[in-house]
Design a protein around this ligand. Sequence first.
Ligand SMILES: [Fe+2]
Length: 275
Amino acid sequence: MYDSNETSSQALASADPAVVRLVQITDCHILAGAQDCLKGMNTRASFEAVCQAAMADNARLDLILATGDLSQDASTASYQYLAQRFAELHLPLFWLPGNHDDGCTMREHLCGELIFAAKQVLIGNWLIVLLDSTIKGEAGGLVSADQIDFLEASLRSHPRRHALVCLHHQALATDSEWIDRLGLQQSQTLIDALKSHDNVRAVLWGHVHQQAHHRRDGIEWMSTPSTCIQFKPGSKTFALDDLPPGYRRIDLHANGSVDTVVERLVDFAFDFEDS
Ligand SMILES: [Fe+2]
């Protein structure tokens, strides 16, 4: 039984003590059938192309973060497929659920020797906290009081570690009305909690299928493209962007600084239905 209030922790050693190197993939929207498409895009094909690009220099990577909407239909087949593909990456991978996912099915099938539903990762000088912002049956999200308590307890327990906090829904609003209506309820509660601890360096999410990066209150706030379809920034109503699928590389330096870049697929032929 998936319990979003469970507080499992995982400790890892980074390959380089000076920096933790990771890749974030998000919003893979994998479907049960190998040929199934989302808005005209085969999400397995785009996901596999992103993984191939992201792993080009995987000897330098310490871990992967997968930040929700990993499945489109929450099917057992989609999670079994992801577990197989993730196992082939041979890196520790930590996931959290998105609004399209089913936490229980995920927990049952998205597992493996290096695949974790851990809520907290300790690596190098860093603490990585993974929050569950989903509300069962709803597209929008909420970081519940229990999750806020867990976050604050985790930050308090590791005051000397720099912290990266991850969730599915956008901690900061975009300038896109429709997706912000499906964003995080009571987001200010989360923002206030993050700002009240002086070891939070970065906050990371998916859900918005677009890239953004803000620096506010000494914290990096980042969203990342989907591994499949992209949403058009600034659009009041639902609209797709023609940018290719992507992912984010993040270097967490021992001194608390963060270097990051979004990479997108090149030479990936795709089409989509913008409706
Ligand atoms: Fe998504």
